[in-house]
Design a protein around this ligand. Structure first.
Ligand code: G3P
Length: 212
């Protein structure tokens, strides 16, 4: 399973760089760090990681999305153009993927959206587990249904579990066997630690200090 960090913060990317396969961003994340240097920030991120960097278009129409996607793709061959699961987003995925530009279909909330994403050549589809649960639905069931559809139809599109709110979501997604997951730095940190590890270290340190 690929693990991505959901951030545009260079310090976080550097801190967790050893554990991650790439980066995902969205306009909310970018708005916190890009200021007037959107393209140079994307370039820096691409230089820091070995794998894909998902960057989302801000346009809402096919023309605008494909133009933005091509401009992002010109920055680095690590760019994966993030497009919304809308009619225009699906069409833009078809266009960009036919030109060899990887796409990530985001804001996916249903198995049928994931099905269309696969038909439109998406490299990744990003179901939003946490936001679906905020709306009172089961985000993990969505991952399971998409996984079943992709397996039954032998689609190559990878499920990228997004909007992950807790460690249990990570465990469930990994158990289902999604292709990828994206984590905030806070969830990443929670994945690394356990209170009993810390407690165990304190006990060992005390034993060592008091050795005879
Ligand atoms: O980047 C997509 C997704 O991970 C956003 O998550 O927490 O804003 O619902 P969240």
């Amino acid at each position: 399973m690929e693990i991505f960090l959901d951030t545009a913060n260079l310090e976080e990317i550097s801190l967790y760089g050893a554990f991650i396969d790439g980066i995902t961003t969205n306009p909310t994340i970018m708005s916190k760090y890009a200021h007037n240097e959107h393209y140079s920030l994307i370039r820096k991120i691409c230089e820091m990681v070995r794998g894909p960097v998902s960057v989302e278009v801000n346009s809402e129409d096919f023309e605008g999305m494909t133009q933005e996607g091509k401009k992002f793709a010109a920055i680095s061959n690590k760019i994966c153009v993030k497009l919304p699961c809308t009619f225009d987003g699906f069409m833009a995925s078809k266009e960009l993927s036919s030109r060899g530009i990887p796409t990530n279909l985001t804001l996916c909330f249903s198995p049928t959206q994931a099905l269309i994403a696969a038909k439109c050549g998406a490299t990744y589809v990003s179901p939003f587990v946490g936001r679906l649960e905020d709306a009172g639905q089961d985000g993990i069931t969505l991952l399971e249904e998409i996984a079943e559809i992709y397996q039954a139809n032998e689609y190559d599109t990878k499920i990228l579990a997004a909007s992950i709110r807790n460690v249990n979501h990570v465990i469930k997604a990994a158990t289902i066997g999604v292709g990828a997951i994206t984590l905030s730095s806070s969830i990443m940190q929670q994945c690394l630690e356990h209170p009993l590890t810390q407690k165990g270290m304190e006990i060992f340190a005390l034993s060592w200090e008091n050795r005879k």
